[in-house]
Design a protein around this ligand. Structure first.
Ligand code: GDP
Ligand code: MN
Length: 386
């Protein structure tokens, strides 16, 4: 689960990580009050969306007057923000964070994640923080300092000091750095985090170290024991279809292609998508309806696929192991009865009760192309969806 920057910063403060003063608002009329409370004469208006790259996407606006802050709020609130990390639709900006502007001396990077190769929680740090950290990581990886924490031990202040030294931080900045890193580690451990990141972590002209941005991803499987974190969920930032799908225990991911896929089993779904691609098509989604599926779930899955905007054809590929193909056929017919069928559809059934399932479809009078061979089915749907 992702959270917003302002929520990450609230958590930072609880764990002794310093951040700029900021006020969250959701209408422009609140802007002048916020500026007055924050004092100073420079403010930054920051769109709150679950994606990075906001700076590049115009979602972080530096303002030199209250009027400019109001303009920035007007420009962002109620719009969809598109950044290099969102899809073409972008994400809705329902709130902005107005922050006191800072005199930035240096932009550092500091993050913690689970490195599966070394099987350790790993600290990543760099003197080259800011909006191009991805470029730094890929082009000059030696500029990223890595430190693995012993899973049976803990992160101690000597470790922090040595990382601070490598970042050329001394005296009070090194002390603030230790405090920041220990706070991040504490959040990571106690909240079952999978990634936590401050980019940029800045040093200011006043010799302070501040978290100017904050990103935290939590392990979904551990959310049951963190009610406080679960309460931070913002469903306006999540894909609607993926949400409905999870309610019905369907594993659904929207993609950019034109052929809707309904498959049982993740491996078979991937193979099906590869085959569509191989024959010149592209998938509109990944969908695994799971093992012990029901007619009702199939109907829901079918509904979801049909509402995907770019879909021009549907391929159903079911291998009946635990699941019975005749039940799948019933689900498809139920769905068509409910939502109608305005797209070409190819159904390939194989395995338990396949013959009965295909017979049901063939005798239904609905315009469904049935196939028992997967390659033929893929070729057919690519052709029909053109
Ligand atoms: P991101 O692009 O989504 O990662 O958003 P960030 O919160 O990291 O902001 C992007 C960039 O905006 C930062 O790297 C800074 O260079 C700049 N920025 C953000 N806040 C301030 C500020 O208070 N003062 C100044 N001068 N620049 C800021
Ligand atoms: Mn950032």
């Amino acid at each position: 689960m992702h959270i917003h920057e302002y929520q990450a910063k609230t958590l930072f403060k609880k764990f002794n990580i310093q951040t700029p003063n900021g006020i969250l608002i959701d209408t422009t009329v609140q802007a002048s009050d916020a500026c007055a409370k924050l004092e100073g004469d420079i403010w930054v208006v920051k769109a709150q969306v679950h994606a990075g790259g906001r700076g590049k996407g115009g979602g972080v606006i530096l303002c030199r007057s209250v009027g400019e802050v109001e303009q920035a709020c007007d420009k962002l609130l109620g719009t969809q923000l598109i950044t290099p990390q969102t899809d073409v639709k972008g994400l809705p900006v329902n709130q902005v964070l107005v922050e006191a502007g800072q005199n930035i001396e240096q932009e550092l990077y500091l993050g913690l994640l689970i490195d599966r190769q070394t099987q350790k929680i790993t600290v990543l740090a760099s003197t080259e923080g800011g909006i191009d950290i991805e470029k730094v990581a890929s082009e000059t990886p030696d500029k990223i300092i890595k430190f693995g924490v012993d899973p049976l031990g803990t992160l101690n202040s000597q470790d922090c000091d040595s990382i601070a030294q490598k970042l050329n931080l001394a005296d009070t900045l090194a002390e603030q750095f230790s405090q920041t890193l220990l706070g991040l580690y504490e959040i990571f451990i106690t909240k079952d985090v999978s990634l936590i990141e401050i980019n940029p972590l800045i040093t200011t002209a006043e010799n302070t170290l501040l978290a100017l941005d904050g990103k935290i991803d939590f392990d979904d499987n551990a959310l049951y024991r963190h009610e406080d974190i679960l309460a931070l969920r913002d469903i306006s930032q999540e894909d609607e279809k993926e949400m409905t799908a999870s309610e019905y225990q369907l594993n659904y991911i929207s993609l950019n292609g034109t052929i809707g896929c309904m498959v049982n089993g993740a491996g078979l779904a991937m193979a099906t998508m590869d085959l569509i691609e191989h024959h010149g098509g592209s998938s509109a989604n990944f969908l695994d309806v799971g093992g012990g599926t029901t007619a009702q779930r199939v109907a829901k899955a079918f509904e979801l696929i049909q509402t995907e905007k770019n879909v021009s054809g549907v391929l159903v590929n079911i291998f009946g192991g635990i699941v019975r193909c005749d039940l799948i056929a019933e689900g498809i017919l139920q769905a068509i009865e409910k939502v109608g069928l305005n797209l070409p559809i190819v159904v390939r059934l194989e395995g338990t009760n396949a013959a009965a399932g295909l017979k049901l479809l063939d005798e239904s009078g609905v315009a469904i192309h049935t196939e028992s061979d997967l390659t033929q089915a893929a070729i057919k749907i690519v052709e029909l969806s053109k």
